[in-house]
Design a protein. Sequence first.
Length: 451
Amino acid sequence: MCSSDLQLNPAVPLGDHPLIDEDCLFLNVWAPEADAKPRPVMVWIHGGAYTFGSAGQPLFDGTALVSAGDVVLVTVNYRLGALGFLDLSAVDSDGFDGNLALKDVLLALHWVRANIAAFGGDPGRVTVFGESAGGGLVTTLLAVPAARGLFHRAIAQSSPASSVYGTDRARAVARRFLDEVGIPGADPRRLRVLPADEIVRAGMAVYAAVPDDAPGTLAFAPVVDGRLVPEAPITVLSEGRGSPVPLLIGTNREEASLFRFMKSPLIPITGDRIARMLSDLQAERPGLAVPSLDRIRTAYPRRGRRAVGLGIARDIGFRLPALWIARGHGEVAPVGLYRFDHSTPFLRLTGLGATHATELPYLWGNLDGGPKDPTFRLGGRRIAKRIVARMQARWTGFARGDDPGAQDDPMWPAYDDSNRETLVIGRRDRIVPGLDDRLRSGWGDDVLSFP
C-alpha cells in the first residue's frame, strides 16, 4: 500500500496488518478458470480523496464480482497525497515532474493492454471504473489524449470531476508544502533527500489546510498542466469532446452526510463556508454566471437549513458534475446516469442514509465489513443480496458490451437532454425521467469549477 497511508483514515479500512511502503505500485488480477474464450476486462481505480486507500482493501476482493460477471478484474495502486499529486514543476520546471499518480494509472493501463491476454482477458474490451477520487481519475482519463485507446468503456461513481485545477492553484499548494517542510524555495537537492514519512506528514498538513482556507477545493488532485492534461476535464466532457466511449456515471443520494459525520473539511456544508465558496468562485472566474444563494435554495424547497447545506455540498461536489458530463458526453457516446438511493435501517437511523461510498459493498458483493461494521446491525441483508445481484449484472453486462440490464428490472436507457432518464437504484430499481430538473433550475446549466 502506498506510503501516504502512513496517515491512516479510519473511514478507509485497510484490513489486518497492512503492508505500507513506498514500493507500492502493484496491481492485482482476478480471473475465472482460463478457457479459449477471452473475457472482458474491468480495471478498478480506488478512491480516498486522492490521499487514502489501496487496491488491497478487503472491500475490493474481486472474487464475487468475477464469479458473478465472468470478467477478468484488475485493481491498481497509484501514488497518493503529496507523493502522487504534488506538482512541484510549477515552482521548478526542470527538477520535478507532475501528475505522477495519473501517470501510474496510465502505466497500469498500458500493462493491461500488453499482458491481460495471458490471464484470459480481452485487451480490446477494457472497462475502467472507479469511485470518488478513483471516479475523478476515470473522468480525467476520458479527457486525456494519452489515454485514448487504452480503454473502451468507463464507469465513474461519485466523481469529483470538477475538482481538477490549473497551475496557479498547483503552485500555491506547492509553496504551502515547501513552507511546511521548511524549504522556502524548490531546492531539488534538499527535497530529494526528505524521508517519505516527512513528505506524508507535510502532505497531510496541507491536505487539511487547503479546503479550510478555500472551501470547495482539494489540496491534491490531477493538475491541468497543459501537457498530459491539456484542459480541465469537466470542460472537455461537458462540451462533448472527451474520448467517445460508452459511460455509466452517477452519485449517491446523501453523498455529503459522511463528510459531516467525519467532520471532514473537504466538503463545505455550513452556510458560511458555502457562501464563501460561491464568493471565491465568482472572484476567481468573474465571467462566470454563478447563481445567487437565494436562487440555489429554490432547488431545495421545504427543507431545513442543515438539510439544504448538505444538499448544496452534495450537488456542487458530485451530482452537478455528473449531470454536466452526462449531458455533454451523451452527444458523442451512450451514457447511463444513475443515483444510488438504498440504505439499510441502521444507516437511515443514524442519518447517514445512502451516503458516499455506501454503494461499494453492493457492487463488490462483499457485505461483511468485519465485526465492527454496523451496517446490517438492524437488518437489511436479504434486500442487500438482491441489490448485489442487480448491480453486478448491470456493471459487468456493460463491460461485456451488452445493455446494462438486470433480470426482472427495468432496462437502463441512454441519457439524453430531452428524456433525462435516470436509473434509481433502491429496493427495486426504477427509471425516473427529469429526476434532477429542480436541481438544474436552481443552479442553472453553467459549469461551475475553480480554475
